[in-house]
Design a protein around this ligand. Structure first.
Ligand SMILES: [Zn+2]
Length: 310
């Protein structure tokens, strides 16, 4: 018994030491190999496949303001790096296609597109199927050419930054993929609402409203949270279905943020910390449900429509 306890104690203190050193140098710098170091921000590190890219001001501006906001809400001063990668070399630095789809690594790096992203290009090619009156609404927020990188890069970069705060606080992912993604959406809404200009929020909101209104998804194979967990990689591959889920998370996050403000971000982060799989192990749906009922108002759970049935 005693030996077991001693072993556990040694393990525990090893874990603490390794956590501390991970936290200090948590940015994975191997990923920066072959990139130019840019000095584009005083708030975080910037790298690129291009020596002096010129179209990054809005993205960096969003991330700087979002960092200030998240640092304040989560009581942190997060170090991180943002990598701007050209489409041609995307797969060398990012972990998933298509080129330009924003992503966050577990260890301190965000990868964003440098030029017109494939994901925005594809979405722009779909715009012709929407009525002219709706497109005119979008033009108000995205400019005459409807540049969807303003959504797919400049707005979603904030979502990815939200993931980094979570990865940092709990050294990885949470109990469920849908919790990770819902938290990302919550961070995206909250930080966008707190930017000096409302343009990024207006862009993400108007574009996603249009997608919901026009409802061009067709028959989607997966729609429940349970399927999101079990078929995650399949869903990721069919961008359409993944986009549908993200929009559901977005509108629920928007509703909760408008009701609870910054407190919902704080309590969600606390919940992720308390249920960190690294400390409590993987818990089943029933236990998770219990813990959620303890941590949140019924209204929050109703909004999330937390259920496991397909
Ligand atoms: Zn995400």
């Amino acid at each position: 018994m005693f030996r077991k306890m001693r072993k556990a104690l040694i393990l525990f203190s090893l874990l603490l030491t390794s956590c501390n050193s991970t936290k200090q140098n948590w940015i994975d710098r191997d990923l920066h190999e072959g990139l130019y170091r840019l000095e584009y921000s005083d708030s975080f590190e910037t790298y690129s496949t291009s020596k002096e890219p010129s179209n990054l001001r809005n993205t960096i501006n969003n991330l700087e303001q979002a960092k200030t906001y998240f640092d304040n809400v989560f009581n942190e001063d997060l170090n991180f790096a943002v990598l701007f990668i050209e489409n041609e070399n995307w797969n060398k630095y990012a972990f998933t296609p298509p080129p330009g789809m924003p992503q966050a690594y577990l260890e301190g790096n965000i990868v964003l597109g440098l030029e017109k992203s494939i994901i925005a290009k594809r979405a722009e090619n779909q715009l012709h199927q929407f009525p002219e009156s709706e497109l005119n609404q979008l033009r108000k927020h995205f400019g005459n050419k409807i540049d969807l990188d303003l959504f797919y890069r400049d707005a979603l970069a904030i979502h990815e930054l939200g993931h980094l705060y979570q990865f940092y606080k709990i050294q990885g992912k949470s109990q469920r993929k849908w919790l990770d993604e819902f938290f990302g959406a919550l961070c995206q809404v909250a930080a966008a609402k707190n930017l000096e200009q409302s343009s990024t929020f207006d862009q993400m909101d108007s574009y996603q409203k249009l997608l919901v209104k026009e409802d061009k998804w067709g028959d989607l194979p997966f729609k429940s949270l349970e399927q999101f967990e079990n078929n995650y990689f399949e869903i990721m591959k069919t961008g359409q279905n993944y986009g549908w889920y993200q929009i559901q998370f977005y509108f629920k996050a928007k509703e909760l943020y408008s009701k609870y403000g910054d407190n919902i971000l704080k309590s969600f982060m606390e919940f992720l910390i308390e249920t960190n799989p690294r400390t409590v192990g993987k818990i089943n749906n029933e236990e998770l449900n219990q813990l959620m009922m303890k941590a949140f108002d019924k209204e929050v759970l109703d909004t999330l429509e937390w259920k496991h049935d397909s």
